[in-house]
Design a protein around this ligand. Sequence first.
Ligand code: FES
Length: 84
Amino acid sequence: MVIVQICVGSSCYLRGAPKIIAKLQELVTDHGLSNRFTLKGSFCMEQCTKGGVTLLIGDDLLTGVVYEDIPDLFESKILPALRS
Ligand code: FES
């Protein structure tokens, strides 16, 4: 099971968290991995000054994430964890 937390605090929300949530759900569904993936919304992770959206993938804190990063992030970080 892979747990991804995405910040939906004010800054991250305005910087595109809803679009990122939708894209992550789409990618996970397309790969038939929904039952191994949990996506949780989080309050502000106190990384607002770093731009973009903040995500926590397992123990890996990622800041400044934008929508365009999601396909690569999915391939490099989430997919390997889901398959392990
Ligand atoms: S609102 Fe997302 S880190 Fe602060």
